[in-house]
Every structure is written in C-alpha cells, then in structure tokens.
Ligand binder design. Structure first.
Ligand SMILES: Cc1cc2nc3c(=O)[nH]c(=O)nc-3n(C[C@H](O)[C@H](O)[C@H](O)COP(=O)(O)O)c2cc1C
Length: 141
C-alpha cells in the first residue's frame, strides 16, 4: 500500500504539515510522498491507494471560510475510488471549510474517509494526530 499527500499552501504552514504527514506515515510503514498541488507526480497519484488532500482556511477570519484555492482543488484529476482523507490548517476559526473540502474531494470521485483541522500554532501535535487517524482508517478499512 502507498499514499500521496497533495497540498495547497500560501505561506508554508500546509506545506510543512504535508511533508511532516508524509514523513510520519512513511516512518510508520505506509510509504508516502508529498507534492504541492501545482507539481503533482501523476504516476505516484495513480499508484496511490490512499490520497491525502490538504489546504488552508481562506476567509474573513469569522465568516465565509472555504479551503484556500478551492478552484484549483476542484480542477484536480479525478480521484475515482481513491480512499481519501482531507486536512486544513487554520488560524482561529475554520467555519465550515472542512465540509467544503470533503465535498470537493467527493465531487472528484474520492471515497472520503475523514477530515481533520490542524491549528497552525499546533502543527506538530495536529500532524501526529492526523497520522494516527490515517493509519486507523486505512488499516481498518
Ligand atoms: C487570505 C487569508 C485568509 C485567511 N482566512 C482565515 C479564516 O477565515 N479563518 C482562519 O481560521 N484562518 C484564516 N487564515 C489563516 C490561514 O488559514 C492559516 O494561516 C493557514 O495555516 C495558512 O496556510 P499556509 O501557510 O499553508 O498558506 C487566512 C489566511 C489568509 C492568508
């Protein structure tokens, strides 16, 4: 089994989380590579049994939150049948952005197994929780 992390990042937090998630999963026995959304290795994506999609929360801090660059996420290649887990990094209030992220993945044909918010000032603990969660849902599934 192999996984890929595909992330969108404006100021670096989600990139940092994405690479840390890939390293954490690889260390725990699930070989995982990570790519920015604009530089996807399509062969790796095609081979992946598990896809992790990450972005950041974009909004007016308390209203109108959505995944950053949602248009780019919606234009990703089809994820038909791929077991997928989503995550978003955020600052204060993510609103309903995580649901919108899951909906975008579902629209690409992904089988969404879960999603998690990672607060940008608690990146390390959020990443550790996320890695545990990915292993739980993919091993049990
Ligand atoms: C234009 C912009 C809008 C943002 N809006 C929100 C928001 O509505 N709610 C929130 O909790 N964080 C918001 N943030 C904070 C980011 O979601 C947070 O810093 C995130 O970790 C950024 O990820 P990145 O470094 O990968 O770009 C916003 C950041 C930017 C740049």
């Amino acid at each position: 089994m192999e996984a890929v992390v595909i992330f969108e990042s404006l100021t670096g937090n989600t990139a940092k989380a994405g690479y840390a998630i890939a390293a954490g999963l690889s260390e725990r026995g699930l070989p995982t590579s990570a790519f920015p959304m604009t530089q996807i290795d399509y062969q790796a994506l095609s081979n992946a049994d598990v896809v992790i999609l990450g972005s950041w929360v974009d909004g007016l801090l308390l209203v109108g939150q959505r995944p950053g660059r949602l248009g780019r996420i919606r234009a990703l290649p089809a994820l038909a049948g791929k077991r997928t887990i989503v995550f978003l990094t955020y600052a204060i209030d993510p609103g309903r952005a995580l649901t919108k992220m899951s909906d975008a993945a579902t629209a690409l044909g992904a089988e969404v197994l879960g999603g998690q918010l990672i607060r940008r000032d608690k990146l390390a603990s959020g990443v550790a929780d996320f890695v545990d969660r990915v292993l739980q849902v993919t091993v049990d599934a």
